[in-house]
Design a protein around this ligand. Structure first.
Ligand code: CA
Length: 223
């Protein structure tokens, strides 16, 4: 999952990027409104954290323009604690959630997880595919009750496939959503990680759809 942080306070920007990166997301960040707007307009993010008070272009205008251009990613706005009117204006402009500053990073991460599963049409923190289970709260994966140890890259990849279980996901899409913009994007790395996941997960859970990409399936789907 790929996240965009648009925040002009350098310390908070750095803390957000670190916390989200540690939580296993690919993170891009912008420190002013113009950069933030441009990134959201051109890159496919899964969720965006948007401060409202920004130099060059304010957060509300950015959000309005994205929504006018049919950008559908969930947006969590950051507001000053006492500015209730900002929250209202933000929600009306197309924000999905808000957080008042100062906030606890744990709360922000929980809200990000909630937005990601909601946009996947899912209400619970756990995702199941047959005997395979992925818990987004603890970042743990198990098969038939047995824990499976994954590296952060493997987890990211599996989490993305689990969030989009109902369809085929192409390699290009995986590259775009699993790595930040500075990453050397070689879609062969995706194949390597798919291979590693297949070795670690019993059953043929990850199916290759020739020419299209990958999808998750259960024994029941195959029958
Ligand atoms: Ca600000």
């Amino acid at each position: 999952m790929r996240v965009l942080v648009v925040e002009d306070e350098p310390d908070l920007n750095r803390q957000l990027v670190k916390a989200l990166g540690d939580a296993g997301y690919a993170v891009d960040s912008a420190k002013d409104g113009e950069d933030g707007y441009f990134l959201g307009d051109t890159e496919p993010y899964d969720v965006v954290i948007l401060d409202l008070g920004l130099p060059k272009m304010d957060g509300l205008s950015i959000l309005e323009q994205w929504r006018r251009a049919e950008k559908k990613f969930p947006v969590i706005i950051l507001t000053a604690r006492d500015r209730w009117s900002d929250k209202v204006a933000g929600m009306d402009a197309g924000a999905d959630d808000y957080l008042a500053k100062p906030f606890h990073m744990e709360e922000l991460l929980a809200r990000v997880r909630a937005q990601l599963r909601r946009s996947a049409g899912h209400a619970k923190a756990e995702f199941d595919c047959g005997k395979l289970r992925l818990d987004t709260k603890t970042a743990r994966v198990s098969y038939d009750g047995q824990a499976i140890k994954l590296t952060s890259h493997e987890y990211r990849l599996l989490a993305y496939l689990m969030h989009h279980r109902e369809r085929v996901v192409s390699r290009t899409e995986l590259v775009e959503h699993l790595y930040d913009q500075d990453f050397d994007r070689d879609s062969n790395t995706i194949e390597v990680f798919i291979g590693r996941l297949r070795k670690k997960i019993p059953g043929e859970v990850i199916t290759t759809v020739r020419g299209l990409g990958y999808r998750l399936s259960t024994e029941a789907d195959a029958a």
